[in-house]
Ligand binder design. Structure first.
Ligand SMILES: NC(=O)c1ccc[n+]([C@@H]2O[C@H](COP(=O)([O-])OP(=O)(O)OC[C@H]3O[C@@H](n4cnc5c(N)ncnc54)[C@H](O)[C@@H]3O)[C@@H](O)[C@H]2O)c1
Length: 469
């Protein structure tokens, strides 16, 4: 276990034990954390269901048991009283059977594709749609039409019209669609939103937000991997940064009215290939040992056992990994792929009332702190600066600085997606059990609004103009 993770976990344990009253729920949480510390592995921050155990668990079918489907599903293991996974649709057989074994799903509920789920009358409360970007619209529309509540991975869809169609259909059918804007559900951004909404910062005048994608996450997902080509997934701002535009809109609390944007694919292209480089890192490339993007450097480290290595092969032995690099897409030289999405982009925004926003996404950021967004907010009464582990507010009247770090944020702020993955699936289960969309902050309407910001910003970049929303 990394030192930082160890510290956040021990912080969470101290928070539980320090409550004074060791209720059954607290004891269960403490026992779980102690076990994680003992075995040295844990995946996520915890989320406690808000409803009492008497309300029956929400039943759900997972459509697409890949990386994200599995990430959310873990909640059913830690909180079976809140979420019960009763079916899976996944075309890759090993994934489907592995998932079915883990969640005790009977053979008849293990299906090949999303279409199979909807061949029989409604048989669960909800579906989790975690299929590739281009496969969100059709299953979402079908699920809504049959009365399922939907937890839908972002992007909602790869066309704005389809995003709007889904919102319209959900409203008509009276079902909840929760979009997986996970950042909204982690303790860090939840607290940041609460503080800003309290008015202590005065009026927001500017917000400045940076998404450090990480040099090797860029190489893995957006140069060699599934999100490298717009035609096969979506443009970078929608694929990677719709979370960020969404969080900016949420924090400011006002609609965005105008956008401008610049950016390009500057580095990962053939014209930048160093002399001596080969089509694959495994082909005897003369500069492999000095290339930060070397596939061997990224995927052969034995201590790397989870994502992203699990994406390239099921066989995690050195031989298995090497075979994947020699034969599959992840061994290709980053300068010789067929990628076309941008590797850096900025978006400038004007919000209702005159506040301005500035967003930067860049591939060129270090492994340490990868994905840890940095945010600065300038208000009329205070200034805030945060890095997803901690934020500090300076009050102009007193010059006093107040920090919110892991102890104030519940000890889990630094875990996967800032604890947002479990927060989202837990909130969704609660919302379904209570039939109450107010338990969600990423409902389809607000998510379509922030997706629109991404679509319009991309239009502004391509048309070299300022676009009104
Ligand atoms: N919210 C976030 O922070 C976040 C992070 C990463 C990815 N995502 C999004 O989540 C989605 C899934 O990404 P992932 O990384 O899990 O990808 P993945 O490839 O690991 O998983 C997708 C799964 O869907 C399955 N699938 C393909 N066609 C199918 C069909 N017809 N019916 C049923 N299943 C089918 C695939 O076999 C695969 O197992 C993408 O849209 C991605 O953009 C969201």
């Amino acid at each position: 276990m990394e030192r930082r993770k160890f510290l956040t976990r021990t912080g969470a344990l101290a928070a539980v034990l320090g409550t004074g009253s060791l209720t059954l729920a607290n004891k269960a949480k403490a026992d779980r954390i102690i076990k994680e510390l003992e075995v040295g592995t844990f995946e996520e921050g915890d989320y406690q269901p808000v409803l009492a155990g008497e309300v029956k668990a929400a039943t759900i079918i997972c459509i697409g048991a890949g990386n994200r489907g599995n990430a959310y599903s873990r909640y059913a293991q830690s909180h079976p009283e809140a979420l019960n996974i009763i079916g899976v649709a996944e075309p890759i057989q090993e994934r489907r059977t592995g998932y079915a074994t883990k969640y005790n799903i009977p053979q008849e509920a293990c299906l090949n594709t999303w279409e199979d789920v909807f061949k029989k009358p409604k048989w669960a409360d909800a579906v989790l749609i975690s299929t590739p970007d281009k496969l969100h619209y059709a299953p979402a529309m079908k699920a809504i039409s049959m009365g399922y509540h939907v937890m839908l991975e972002k992007p909602i869809s790869t066309s704005l019209q389809e995003c709007e169609d889904i919102a319209k259909a959900a409203k008509k059918a009276g079902v909840m669609v929760a979009v997986c804007h996970v950042l909204r559900y982690g303790p860090y951004f939840k607290k940041l939103k609460e503080i800003m909404a309290s008015g202590v910062m005065g009026d927001v005048v500017s917000i400045d937000h940076f998404e450090p994608v990480g040099y090797w996450h860029m190489a893995h997902s957006y140069v060699r991997g599934n999100w490298r080509k717009e035609s096969e997934s979506s443009f970078m701002l929608l694929a990677k940064s719709c979370h960020d535009l969404d969080i900016m809109r949420w924090l400011v609390g006002k609609p965005c009215q105008e956008v401008a944007s610049f950016g390009s694919l500057m580095h990962f292209k053939a014209s930048n290939a160093p002399a001596g480089s080969t089509k694959r890192c495994t082909d005897g490339c003369a500069v492999e040992s000095t290339c930060p993007y070397s596939a061997m450097r990224l995927y052969l480290k034995p201590e790397r056992k989870g994502w992203p290595v699990t994406v390239i092969t099921e066989d995690l032995s050195q031989e298995g990994r090497m075979k994947a690099l020699k034969e599959g897409p992840y061994g290709q030289c980053v300068y010789h792929c067929d990628n076309d999405v941008v590797d850096h982009q900025v978006v400038q925004m004007k919000f209702e009332g005159g506040a301005t926003g500035s967003f930067t996404m860049s591939a060129f950021s270090p492994e340490q702190g990868m994905g840890m967004r940095k945010t600065r907010v300038m208000g009329t009464r205070g200034y805030l600066e945060g890095d997803m582990k901690e934020f500090v507010i300076t009050d102009f009247l007193t010059n006093k600085q107040t920090s919110y770090g892991s102890s104030e944020l519940g000890g889990d702020a630094g875990s996967g997606h800032g604890g947002g993955d479990m927060g989202l699936i837990g909130s969704f289960a609660d919302a379904v059990r209570a039939n109450n969309p107010k338990l969600l902050t990423s409902t389809i309407d607000v998510s379509v609004e922030s997706h629109r910001m991404a679509f319009m910003a991309e239009k502004a970049r391509l048309s070299k103009s300022v676009i009104s929303l």
